[in-house]
Design a protein around this ligand. Structure first.
Ligand code: CDP
Length: 288
């Protein structure tokens, strides 16, 4: 929720409380395939946020009357763990969690080829293990990668990040204190492949210029996030290849076998007996 903007959150040099510049993302890492029982999964770490996304389906929907005749239903379940924030969060699903689940589901539905799986459900579970502002956007980023990991066809990945206002300055990727004490927050979901916005919310009061700058900085941030999403997916296949490819074993030295000396066959060639020429009568005479 936006504050009144009076707390100093950025200094004269444009450096924020956590040392970032206005247009800088928090450190981000995405890991694929962290939940083995799921059809697809991802873990995102963005600053201090830690969120797991797990995808199950397409599978049969219960109760059946909720099934859509011409496409799959994407159901998102965003939940904050009770231990994810400083003040213990109640385990009961809050209105905020239901709202975030709905906006993430709507955003994903715009890129997933749901018509390929009529009458089914694709369930996306988003569990926040540690929260530090921007969990809805980080959850959407992770959900989109988990869907890709599940092999569900999509028009493109969605990368999501917020921009906002702190001390009247537009900044990218608000962390918790900025989110609480800043004066505005604009979460964005963006599909770089389609150049389409699939989620746009706004909390606070922005001038037209601030709105435009926030939108532009958030789109740029989403494009950078998209590269990290792609790298994470590529890494999965690099790891699989390394696992599958059996490294060539160094050839074991063959025991030295003394070459057998095979005696050469001795060919006895019997000379044909040639008859001694008999001395002729003349020879006899010469000898005499
Ligand atoms: O998380 P996101 O910024 O998308 O949504 P928010 O409703 O603007 O919440 C901002 C932050 O408030 C969360 O990321 C949490 O750090 C914190 N929060 C909390 O401390 N306790 C709650 N019950 C809900 C949110």
């Amino acid at each position: 929720m936006a504050g009144d903007g009076t707390v100093k959150l950025i200094d004269e040099k444009g450096i924020r409380l956590d040392g970032r510049k206005a247009d800088e993302l928090r450190p981000v890492s995405i890991k694929i395939g962290v939940i083995k029982n799921a059809n697809g999964s991802a873990e995102i770490r963005m600053g201090k946020n830690i969120i797991i996304a797990a995808v199950y389906g397409p599978r049969e929907l219960h109760p059946k009357h909720r099934a859509l005749a011409d496409r799959a239903l994407i159901q998102c379940f965003y939940r904050m763990s009770t231990f994810s924030v400083n003040d213990r969060k109640s385990p009961a699903p809050s209105r905020r969690e239901k709202e975030i689940s709905m906006v993430i589901s709507n955003s994903l539905s715009s890129v997933v080829l749901t018509e390929k799986y009529p009458r089914t459900t694709i369930d996306v579970y988003l569990q926040v293990l540690q929260a530090d502002g921007g969990t809805r956007t980080a959850s959407l980023t992770a959900a989109s990668v988990a869907l890709a990991d599940a092999g569900i066809p999509m028009k493109g990945l969605i990368a999501s990040v917020a921009a906002g206002l702190i001390n009247d300055q537009v900044v990218l990727d608000l962390f918790d204190i900025e989110d609480q004490k800043g004066s505005g927050d604009l979460p964005l979901g963006y599909c770089p492949v389609l150049d389409e916005i699939s989620l746009l919310q706004l909390d606070g009061v922005f001038t037209v210029k601030q709105f435009e700058d926030s939108l532009n900085i958030a789109i740029k941030g989403a494009k950078d996030l998209y590269e990290i999403q792609r790298d994470a997916l590529k890494q999965k296949y690099t790891d699989i290849r390394a696992e599958v490819e059996v490294p060539e074993k160094p050839k074991a030295e063959e025991p030295k076998v003394e070459p057998k000396v095979v005696p050469k066959p001795v060919l006895k060639v019997e000379k044909p007996k040639t008859e001694e020429p008999k001395p002729s009568e003349d020879d006899k005479r010469e000898v005499e």
